[in-house]
Design a protein around this ligand. Structure first.
Ligand SMILES: C[S@@+](CC[C@H](N)C(=O)[O-])C[C@H]1O[C@@H](n2cnc3c(N)ncnc32)[C@H](O)[C@@H]1O
Length: 232
């Protein structure tokens, strides 16, 4: 990590109000692919890490049972909370009484609170973990630790969209700033996923330095391996 979480939080607090206005085509394509691959069912709980202003969390909320967004920047999450209230994302089990126009955050099926990749501050059930354009703030070792922590939450899948190197790193590319960002190669991420018990089921290349990886928990981790001597 080239900056501490506090430094990253301060950077994003500062840019939060303009964040949604400055998006590249590659960012949009990446976000759309994360949303498409996450595809939660109506019973699924989604955990969105590095949720920012809620681009992924708010897009998935209408289809999911519940979406939990975690980030280190209160400024970014304040934008997300405001958008959630504007959208009035009601939980079917939540209060439907909006006659006074007073829907509260408690009545929506999306919540935003502080949490990091390695300490998401969430220990409930999770079916789908998502993250878009955020994990590249961690060093490769920290990404590996984060992927282990996420595997420990036992989601069915983890959809990661981010700056990642399909070829050679190019510090001139517009998708990252070498002084604050630390993207990994696709190979390093694939290795971290498989070491944590995931199988990569899709690799989407948006650009030579932007992609989406879909990791699913390996069935072999959930069922007993056959006895090699039994001939089964
Ligand atoms: C470029 S924004 C992406 C936001 C959102 N996912 C999107 O697609 O628009 C990166 C976000 O990652 C958050 N972030 C950076 N380091 C983090 C960490 N260690 N844990 C959680 N969030 C982090 C930042 O605060 C910021 O909101």
């Amino acid at each position: 990590m080239k900056k501490s979480p506090e430094e990253h939080a301060a950077r994003f607090d500062e840019k939060a109000s303009e964040y949604d206005e400055s998006k590249s085509d590659e960012y949009r394509a990446c976000a759309n692919l994360v949303i498409e691959h996450a595809a939660p069912d109506a019973e699924d709980v989604v955990l969105d890490l590095g949720t920012g202003t809620g681009a992924i969390a708010l897009a998935l909320a209408p289809d999911a049972e519940r979406v939990v967004g975690r980030d280190i920047s209160e400024g970014m999450m304040d934008e997300a909370r405001a958008k959630a209230q504007e959208k009035g994302l009601e939980n079917s089990a939540g209060s439907q009484d909006d006659t006074a126009g007073s829907r509260t955050l408690e009545s929506v099926n999306v919540e935003f609170d502080r949490g990091t990749f390695r300490k998401p501050e969430y220990d409930g059930p999770v079916d789908v973990v998502t993250s878009n354009f955020a994990m590249h703030h961690l060093s490769d070792e920290e990404k590996r630790e984060a992927i282990e922590v996420i595997a420990g939450l036992e989601p069915d899948r983890f959809v990661l969209g981010d700056v990642m190197f399909f070829g050679e790193p190019d510090p001139e590319a517009p998708f990252y700033s070498p002084d604050v960002d630390d993207p990994a190669t696709v190979g390093t991420l694939a290795d971290a996923f498989t070491s944590a018990g995931f199988s990569l089921t899709a690799v989407e290349r948006v650009h030579d330095q932007v992609g989406v990886l879909v990791a699913e928990r390996s069935p072999v981790a959930e069922t007993e391996a056959p006895d090699a001597d039994s001939g089964e």
